[in-house]
Design a protein around this ligand. Sequence first.
Ligand SMILES: Nc1ncnc2c1ncn2[C@@H]1O[C@H](COP(=O)(O)OP(=O)(O)OP(=O)(O)O)[C@@H](O)[C@H]1O
Ligand SMILES: [Mg+2]
Length: 226
Amino acid sequence: MTLVVARDLWREYSQGGVAALAGVSVDIAQGEFVALLGRSGSGKSTLLNLLGGLDRPTRGSITVQGRDLATMSARELSLYRRSTVGFIFQSFNLVPTLPAWENVALPLVFQGIPREQRKRAALEMLDRVGLGARGHHRPSQMSGGEQQRVAIARALANRPQLLLCDEPTGNLDSNTSAQIMALIDDAHKAGAALVMVTHDPELARIHASRTIRMADGRIAEPVEVA
Ligand SMILES: Nc1ncnc2c1ncn2[C@@H]1O[C@H](COP(=O)(O)OP(=O)(O)OP(=O)(O)O)[C@@H](O)[C@H]1O
Ligand SMILES: [Mg+2]
């Protein structure tokens, strides 16, 4: 079944008249693993942010499970992000003042789950990414790979249908990258649809079932890898 239907997406910036996206249409099936390749500035992050409801298109529609994000209010959009989407960024984006478990538990706060239950769930998620003993450490006390594992635990805490990853291993050495990719593969096996931005065609070939290449804000050539 189709999870995401994006049609003729444009994202134009008034600053310098840049069209970061210039008419992108793409479908993402439930449980699919799509890799997004393309040069710097080709619009990959822009597309990811639109799919995740972090940004709005200037034109076009994005329908997720039959609901058009472009017509949602800010409140509905934030509900969509919390209930349906998980984000993993290159730079981890953890809250520096909070210990690992509270970072992981953040998505659960908005679901109204009581603190003790959030803590239990967060520590369990951390255990699953191999950080069971690090729940009370702050991000500054952890290595890059550990921080990214915390970010993955957070992204998975609300069991997202759509997991969006923007160069998730871009800042990590190859051993640590392999660990992170194994966790991302696990999330995919558990049923999430994945869109992963990467500059590494090899990573795309190994992990994704489909590769989309972007150039100048458009989809250049859809390549079936399967
Ligand atoms: N706030 C903004 N104002 C103006 N132009 C922007 C803004 N954000 C992004 N752009 C432009 O939109 C285009 C696409 O940017 P985007 O971040 O999506 O590229 P990308 O493919 O993710 O690149 P990278 O691989 O370097 O992360 C770029 O030309 C960029 O300069
Ligand atoms: Mg980018």
